[in-house]
Structures are given as C-alpha cells and as structure tokens.
Design a protein around this ligand. Sequence first.
Ligand SMILES: [Zn+2]
Length: 416
Amino acid sequence: MVWSILFFVGFGDALNRDADGIVQARCFIATMADKTASALSKDEILRYSRHLILPEVGMEGQLKLKQAKVLCIGAGGLGSPVALYLAAAGAGTLGIVDFDIVDLTNLQRQVIHSTADVGRNKLDSAAETIAGINPNVEVRKFATRLTSANALDIVRDFDIVVDGTDNFATRYLVNDACVLTGKPNVYGSIFRFEGQASVFATRQGPCYRCLYPEPPPPGVVPSCAEGGVLGILPGLVGLIQATETVKLILGTGEPLVGRLLLVDALAMRFRELKLKKNPDCPACGTHPTVTELIDYEQFCGIRGQETAPAATIGDMTPEELKQRKDAGDDLFVLDVREPHEYEICNLGGHLIPLKDLPSRVGELDKSKEIVVHCKMGGRSAKAVDFLQQQGFSRVHNLVGGINAWADRVDPSMPKY
Ligand SMILES: [Zn+2]
C-alpha cells in the first residue's frame, strides 16, 4: 500500500470524477443479456429461491448467472471466497488457474481448502469443495501457471476474469490479456491489513496500467509471505470481487468501474478514489503499444513472489552453518528479523532488526566472523550488503534464512 500511496502522489492526474467507465460497463452488461436463456430445474429453483424473489435477480438474472463463465486466476486467499460464493450463487462455469499445492500456511485464509487437503493440488481441492457446495457448477481446471503463452487462449473462453494473483508480473499479464480480449478484470489485492478492489479493462474504462503504469521496483513491495496478511482480509476483498462479478453478470447496480476501493481493516474504513482512463495508457489508451503479451517477469524486474536471492559470494548454506557450529567455530549469528518473529523461532542469534541496523551497527565486532539470517534470506542479503559497505569483511548470508534451516537442519523448528 505504501507503493500505491506513492503512486497517487506522483500520478494524481489518473484520478478524477469522470464516469465514462460506468457507461461502458453497461455496454458490456447489455451484451451479456443478449444471450439466450435456458431453464432452471425444479431443484435449482428451490436452491436459488432467495435470489429468485429478488426483483433485481429473478429468473432472468439467475439464468444469466447459470450461463456465466467466470475465470478465477488463483485458488488462494482471494480466489477462495470468490469461488465459494460464485459457486453458491449459481455461476454456471468457474474456471480456475492454479499450479500450487495446499500448504499448512495457506489455511489461515484460503478457506476453500481444508486441513486434510494439505499436500494436494489446490485445483482438485477447490473443485471438490465447489462440488460439495453446488454440484451444478462446471469447474474448468487449468493446472498451470498463467503465462504470456497461454493467457489469451485461457481467458478467451470466459466472460469475466477475477484477478486473485499475488504478484505483479501476473497482475500485469492478467490486465493485458483482459484488455486484448475485451474481458472485464475484477481486481483485488491485499497486504497486511489493507486491500484494494476495482473493475478494470471494460471497454472504455481504465485498466490496471492506467492506475499503475509501471511496476514497483523489485523488492520495494514485500509479498504477503514477507509482510504478513490478516487472514480475514482476503475474505473481505474477495467478496467485494465476487459481488462485483455477480453485478456485472446481472447488469445491476453500479460497478466499481473507474473507482478504486481502498479497504483499511484496522480502521475499518472504506475509501474510494476515482480513476480515469489514461489516454496515453500503453494497453487501453488511444495509441496502445501493448498489442500482444510481453515478458512480464522481465517487465517487473524479477518475479513477484518471494524467492530466495541467487547465491553470491559470502553465502552460507544451513548445512555449512551446522557443520561450522558443530566444529566449534567462533561464529557470531546476527538475526535481522523483527522481535515478534524472533519469538516464533530463533537460532539464538543477536537480534537487530534490519531497519535498526544502521543505528546499532556499533554493537557488532568487525573482527568476528558474522552469519546474518532472516526468515527467507532477502532481508539478510540487504544486511550483508550494508555491513560490507561499513567495512565488515567476514560476513555471510544464511541462504534461505531460518526457514531453510528448519527444512534442512532442524525439522523440529517451527516454520512460519
Ligand atoms: Zn489502461
């Protein structure tokens, strides 16, 4: 969110009171309404009775839901509530793109998966839960990472795309694929206690690139694995996305087109920023330069998800550290995580959070051999760089951080 606030300071002209986007969303809705209706079975009529008695939904709306084909990118934090509620609401076809395996750390927020699903692939787990909620839903499984090579083919078969991605490269890819194929992109993103939602890429409306022309520099915006996320938050934001999706399908209400909804769960405040289409937008502007999908990993500098940095001189593996400790070598272990992380698990190291390192560097002895670690190796790499600049010559970065130590040296150590 820090990045987004920076953006709003720098690119304020993207925001105004223009309502063009709403007009074009209604065009899209009209197109969907042209589809010929089929019929609901007796069981379906009973199942959807609370919808059918709403004049804004009724039989016509429920049939639109039944005919709708919605693509969820990701069956994670955002994808879980989106898929669960769209299935319950009677969306006829749900496509899900995910290549991941259910992990124990997912269950705090990815409510479509259960404890028994740990180790299974997310697609199978999600499809099974959906079938349990509503067997009338056809689930189309795409067990792949969404890439420039497959995105257009996958997106083309659906009416609406719901972006539940967790990294910038895929988010730009989803945006561009939606703009190129003319599919509305129901956007959501989350971090710590804050979230955003909007509807992009409708015919005349702004797209994600109108809001964020450039990705943030690599490493500036931490991932949820690094920065954490309140487990309930993706539920909150995902249900805003599900609501917007249903409204687009029904053609009712005022969609979040041309508006960015900001959610602050700690203050429990919802703010709204008006967004205007940028005429110079490379994707949806007057003279678009994005006429085909590009290399989004390269565009975003590196990947979006947290991965350990490549090995460099001064790196130490968890196995090497274990050997050196066992041999009785005099190593000074410096832990650059936060105190609340130290409480979860630690190697008995000296704790100086990365942000405090410049002011507390005097606590360290330049004559000692120092091994720096964090959770996964990213922050400690920065600390090693800093210490080397300060004249520390014998500093190592513990590759993969304390999580790698837990994986490879001490399985009894808690991972987080
Ligand atoms: Zn745009």
